[in-house]
Write a protein that binds this ligand. Sequence first.
Ligand code: IVH
Length: 682
Amino acid sequence: MTKEEAKIKIEKLTKEINEHNYSYYVLDKPAISDRDFDLLLEELIKLEKEFPEFLDTNSPSLRVGGEIIKEFKQVKHKYQMLSLGNTYSFEEIKEFDDRVKKNIGDDFEYVCELKYDGLSIGLTYENGILKQAVTRGDGETGDDVTVNVKTIKSIPVRLSGKDFPDKFEIRGEIIMPHKSFEMLNREREEAGEQLFANPRNAASGSMKMLDSKEVSKRKLDCFLYYLLGEDLPFNSHYENLRKAKTWGFKISEYMVKCHDINGIYEYIKTWEKEKENLNFDIDGAVIKINSYKQQEILGYTSKSPRWAIAYKFKAERVSTKLLSVDFQVGRTGAITPVANLEPVHLAGTVVKRATLHNADQVERLDLHYNDYVFVEKGGEIIPKIISVDETKRDKTIAKKIKYISNCPECGTLLIRKEGEAIHYCPNETGCPPQIKGKLEHFISRKAMNIESLGEGKIELLFDNKLVKTPADLYDLTYEKLFGLEKTYFLEEQQKERIVKFKEKTVENILKGIKDSKKIPFERVLFAIGIRYVGETVAKKLALHYRNIDTFKNADLDDLNNVEEVGSKIAESIVSYFRNNKNIELIEKLKSHGIKFEVSESSASFISNKLSGKSFVVSGIFKKFSRDQIKKMIEENGGKNVSSISAKTDFLLAGENMGPEKMKKAAKLNIPLITEDDFLKML
Ligand code: IVH
């Protein structure tokens, strides 16, 4: 392919991919299959690699993130980022409506919108290109989070059409859809990390991350609701937003115009009910005056516009009877008190249980058995108990709920670290739910991937005393497994399920276990379940220490120097290796042939060692093919470029390299290195 052809093809693919992203992420109507989309993207990536001179900083191929920054630049907002006045009742809306009419008369339009529950963002576009994305901060100055925002696929990096102003800002809300939120918390649970309380916290936590690749995995979304600029196409809010939709922005379908306060009431009443059917959180409605001229007349207070108001939904609240409190023990030994309630309808679902979080919360509520409690579903998906209805308490028999001091599963005395709210059972290797949880984690897809053992089978093995530690899995035989059986009662579905190990099941289990011996070190490190060591951290640790022996001897200082490892993780690692049972486990796993060092083939080379360095690879090599070498450069953070320039860092020279390249490198003083020099660099 000639350069000219490549340029045209790259442009065509970019346009096509951007259009598909728009159909998928903005319109929610995919036009092609995921596989076909991936093929287009792969083709683009391949061409951009071959012709790096045509790689655009806004290419859709770069939207998976990758840039790691040290800290966010502080940027002053061109237009101050105001907030909105809040109202909680129809009377307050009426007062707002009266004020409006007093100032601008009766001839105006209201625009009613959803109030998205996320974090606000201001996006600046110049000549149709996304230039900067800034968080609210204190309203005057915010964080420049452009690299993170570029990973949100529903935000266009390049606008469609031609009729957008040369320069403008558009503001909106970054949100985390329910599905992304559930997936994220599931993964965090698996890694023993603290869960996010609600999608809003998860969205704003995600935007604060310094590694945009991690942000891209969070699957965020963004609704836009406010345009600012000197030459906007219309003199009114609604019309401008509809126009912005044609430029590729995600503008809500649920924005409506109305003429009087009754329209506002209707809108609020509708969405108070309908919000249950949205796949993201809203916490109210926003009412704005449509005409900019009238907005100007109404003006601003120091904090918020007088031409707009927010109505916050009341969190739905019901009263029900507290039946009992369970103390659940999680995989990491964390104790969660959970209230069992008399079933009650709340915000579209039947609630039977509510979390009580921790001992402080139980104390604060002053809970007694048989109390009537108020349950609320606010921003949180899991309902919580807000308060006790003391008027309904029968004081003659009321008995206060006592927090437990020993583990309900194994009897061990619970501990509570200073400054932490949660109690833990420290019996990591002897407490049944912790043992089962560890085993479940060990076999999970992202760890040892022994899928044939999923769905309750671990429980069966544990109950039959066949496995207690992950190492025991490797002692299982056909004879031990065949014929095992157990009946479970599935509470959710109110039915029984029988798990029985027949011939095929046993064969699959044994095969899965055998295959897991090929799982690379980094995943084994994740699988053994050191608290706070998630997938990414495990990878960094594996690359840094290369084998378990070096790793287990690392001290706090040393661990703290590893990328992504902070003192909390470092302490958890040191304490893990102080426990002899863990050392024993590792030794046993080792004796079964589990990988405890990085294999020196392919994947072992992944690092950041060549970060920021560019290479021209030329000629024929002895140990690796040219393509393999190029792949290694990329896997270690370096960049391949096709021709030598003053910016090139190294010319990696094999045999039969053309004399022209050699001459050019010498002229520009670019170091020439051999294949062995290169391997040493790694
Ligand atoms: S308009 C000057 N519209 O709510 C007016 N804000 O409490 C600027 N929000 O800071 C805001 N949905 O983060 C507007 N449809 C919507 C909104 C919305 C959510 C957020 C936004 C704002 C906060 C005000």
